[in-house]
Design a protein around this ligand. Structure first.
Ligand code: C2E
Ligand code: MG
Ligand code: MG
Length: 744
């Protein structure tokens, strides 16, 4: 992250639509912790990469007539240090390995990534860039060393008399290969016979080309056999000398030992495909091997393989409580144990964190794979001895099998990942094989996620408002804003269906802010047209994740300022579980909200932790009795104990109490008898569109008008307000209504 704490991303893509799409995904993940710069053209993008100043770059493979690969190579040649993730198309598979060799930190396939995948890739890329930098530094040092060495005439020299067919080799040339000065003669064979068999043809061709005048200089890297039988990498450089007529006389040049540089280069290549901590193949290499298995399967249909996605249970606890060093040691130990379970041809990779994947190649049937999973689980269950500590851990494994449908490497990994989550949710320490039902539900879920992402842009969200009624006066004390998603394909989607998904994808954060702003603006409009005393209130639901968002209080303060709504008119409804998830943070946030004058309501009270023990510590003002308790109340007042207790509790603590889900007149009667102050439910009104809610509100003052009965008036205007309850419950508004200025 840059100094500002935000992630600075350079997005290079010549297609503006694609850019907007990628940026959208980034914004969902990083919210306002993100700075994106977009450059569509090759040259400015190259310059920006060279100038640096970005944490990471997402680079599209297709850039007009040119390619991202070319840009990648040029930028890296010019010293670019920013980690670059290449965005490739479906059919650019060969590009991937090329990209990694050229120094890309990672690649992702366009159109196949979502926020989670992209975030993961960026995290790896930034980590990888640090490692790569260290290796490059080592390489630079070694090159510097070469320059010094050459100055000290440490290179071997050779001088070839092409007419006589003899070569002079300097003592250093010979000692570089482990020979004393008199151990090597002057024939060209002394040189060529020691060149590595795999290099000899190439070197001879390069020498011939230079002698033929096709290259300005001879420069070739190859291996030479040392006297001790090993091979050394050398760089041979030379120049031919011609006579006046252009005939060749001699050639002369140098030989440099580049074994160290080659080793550093090899390491760089190795690093690009391996995990630094455990030395296991990394995700890139795994995907490459998976790709190969898929190709093999296409050629030989009976070729089957499987992917095991392994995730340690409770690794975070180890890391947090025993420190990262112990965590790292555990990961290394786990790698070694898992390696012992493999058969020849299998690959184990570490994807990062505590995620490992085994690619089981060439299986006969499912039993092979399950045996391996069992063995892996057993291996990991044996205690680990680290620094004198005995650590016990388990793992959950998700298994995906090849060939069940047309699958790519990424889909297989994702399937195994989904199955792994299933295994976790079934109680950890076990495995689950991915099946079609899981696939179907994952697909449904993905579609929902995708639609949900579009929904904000398409303005498919609306707020409905349900009146909260004073059970004493029958007047509307306020409204609860309830979110609705109106999707063309799905119709009206219930928040119970999409809020959990929005929570998981963090979409809830922008969405929740929209709800707050929309509800506040609506409240302000109503307060201006209906100047009641006390003023109308608005209740807004907050979900768990929103509640723990660091800038929530600041955002709410801003909304209040910008809409002109007084904090005391806003009620935030939070469920018990949202608070109990992180009590400390929750208490701090609640205190700050309170300081803005905002009222806090515990939603669905009694349903969750039930929570009498901590209630007095919470700075809350309102309890909303869960509708389940209201529903269970009998026609003759039976089963009312819980409600009675909650009302008494609220009274004892000086809290307001609202009963939710009032549907029947007898429920209303009992609730009033129990002294419940406020109510909400279909009996009064369903949640209404803002216009209908506004109309309902407009009629409210006339209820104190005794010239006609309320049921008549309601029938005459006929909207959502359900008038029947008044007659049946004996709850007469005209008797109970107080002057508008009185307490409500
Ligand atoms: P909730 O906050 O407990 O809201 C009350 C739910 O009960 C609403 O369902 C409402 O339509 C329904 N309801 C009201 N009166 C009656 C009744 O007489 N009988 C019955 N059976 N139900 C009644 P809805 O609108 O489907 O919302 C469900 C839940 O979704 C809400 O429960 C709330 O937890 C959540 N939700 C709704 N809007 C938002 C939002 O903007 N943000 C967040 N984070 N959550 C929201
Ligand atoms: Mg609520
Ligand atoms: Mg509720």
């Amino acid at each position: 992250m840059s100094g500002s704490g935000r992630l600075k991303v350079l997005l290079i893509d010549d297609d503006e639509d694609d850019f907007i799409l990628t940026r959208g995904i980034l914004q969902e993940v990083y919210q306002d912790q993100l700075e994106v710069r977009w450059l569509p053209a090759f040259e400015p993008a190259e310059q920006a990469l060279v100038d640096g100043d970005f944490d990471v770059c997402l680079l599209d493979y297709h850039l007009g007539q040119r390619t991202g690969l070319e840009l990648l190579r040029r930028a890296i040649a010019r010293g670019c240090r920013t980690p670059i993730i290449l965005l490739t198309g479906n059919d650019d598979r060969d590009v991937d390995v090329e990209a990694m060799k050229a120094g890309a930190a990672d690649y992702v396939v366009k159109g196949r990534f979502d926020g989670r995948l992209l975030e993961r890739s960026i995290r790896y890329a930034i980590g990888y860039a640090v490692e790569r930098q260290q290796t490059l530094e080592a390489l630079r040092l070694s090159e510097e060393r070469y320059a010094l060495a050459a100055r000290g005439a440490n290179d071997g020299l050779w001088d070839w008399d092409l007419v006589a067919g003899k070569i002079y080799y300097s003592p250093r040339w010979k000692s570089m290969l482990g020979y004393s000065d008199d151990a090597i003669g002057d024939s060209p064979e002394e040189w060529f016979s020691r060149i590595h068999p795999l290099d000899i043809d190439r070197v001879q061709a390069e020498v011939a080309e230079h002698l033929a005048g096709q290259t300005p200089q001879l420069q070739t890297e190859h291996r030479m056999r040392h006297d001790d039988g090993t091979y050394r990498w050398v760089l041979t450089r030379g120049l031919v000398v011609r006579d006046a007529k252009g005939g060749i006389l001699r050639a002369a040049g140098s030989q440099t030992d580049i074994t160290q540089r080659k080793a550093a280069e090899d390491r760089l290549l190795h690093d690009a495909f391996h995990d630094a901590l455990t030395g296991l193949p990394n995700r890139v290499l795994l995907l490459d091997r998976l790709e190969r298995s898929i190709v093999r399967m296409a050629r030989r249909t009976e070729h089957r393989f499987a992917v095991l996605f392994i995730d340690l249970d409770g690794f975070k606890v180890v890391n947090d409580s025993l420190g990262h060093q112990t965590g790292d040691q555990l990961l290394i130990a786990v790698s070694r144990r898992l390696e012992t379970c493999l058969r020849q041809g299998d690959t184990i990779a570490r994807l990062g964190g505590d995620e490992f994947v085994i690619l089981v190649d060439d299986i006969e049937d499912l039993k092979d794979v399950l045996n391996l999973a069992d063995r892996a689980l057993q291996e990991l269950q044996r205690p680990f001895l680290l620094n004198g500590l005995e650590l016990v851990t388990t793992a959950s494994i998700g298994i995906a099998l090849s060939g069940s449908r047309d699958s790519s490497a990424e889909t297989l990994l994702r399937d195994a990942d989904i199955a792994m989550y299933q295994a976790k949710s079934r109680g950890k320490g076990g495995y689950v094989v991915f099946d079609e039902a899981m696939h179907a539900s994952a697909m449904t879920r993905m579609k929902l996620e995708a639609d949900l992402r579009q929904a904000a842009m398409r303005r498919e969200f609306q707020l409905h408002y349900q009146p909260i009624v004073s059970l004493r006066t029958g007047r509307i004390a306020g409204f609860e804003a309830l979110l609705r998603w109106n999707n063309s394909e799905r119709g009206m989607v219930s928040p119970d269906q999409f809020i959990p998904v929005a929570e998981e994808t963090k979409l809830i954060l922008p969405l929740g802010l929209w709800v707050l702003r929309e509800a506040a603006e609506q409240l302000r409009r109503w307060q201006l047209t209906h100047r009641t005393k006390p003023p109308l209130k608005m209740s807004v639901n907050l979900s768990c994740r929103q509640f723990l968002q660091s800038d929530l209080v600041y955002q709410i303060e801003r909304i209040l300022l910008e809409t002109g709504v007084d904090g005391s008119c806003l009620r935030l409804e939070i469920t018990e579980s949202a608070i109990m998830d992180q009590v400390e943070t929750a208490l701090a946030v609640l205190a700050r909200l309170k300081s803005l004058g905002i009222r806090l309501a515990i939603d669905d009270f009694g349903k969750g932790y039930s929570s009498l023990s901590y209630l007095h510590q919470l700075p809350c003002d309102v309890l909303k009795i869960d509708q389940g308790f209201v529903a269970r109340m009998g026609a003759h007042g039976e089963n009312s104990e819980v409600v009675r207790t909650i009302v008494a509790l609220a009274q004892g603590l000086g809290l307001e109490v609202v009963a939710e889900g009032i549907e029947a007149p007898y429920q209303l009667t009992h609730l009033r008898e129990l002294g419940c102050q406020y109510g909400q439910g279909y009996l009064f009104s369903h949640p209404l569109h803002s216009e209908d809610a506004g109309q309902l509100l407009a009629r409210a003052p006339s209820w104190s008008d005794s010239s006609s009965t309320l049921p008549d008036r309601v029938a005459a205007t006929g909207t959502g307000w359900n008038a029947d309850w008044m007659e049946t419950s004996g709850f007469d508004l005209r008797l109970n209504a107080r002057p508008l200025s009185g307490p409500d």
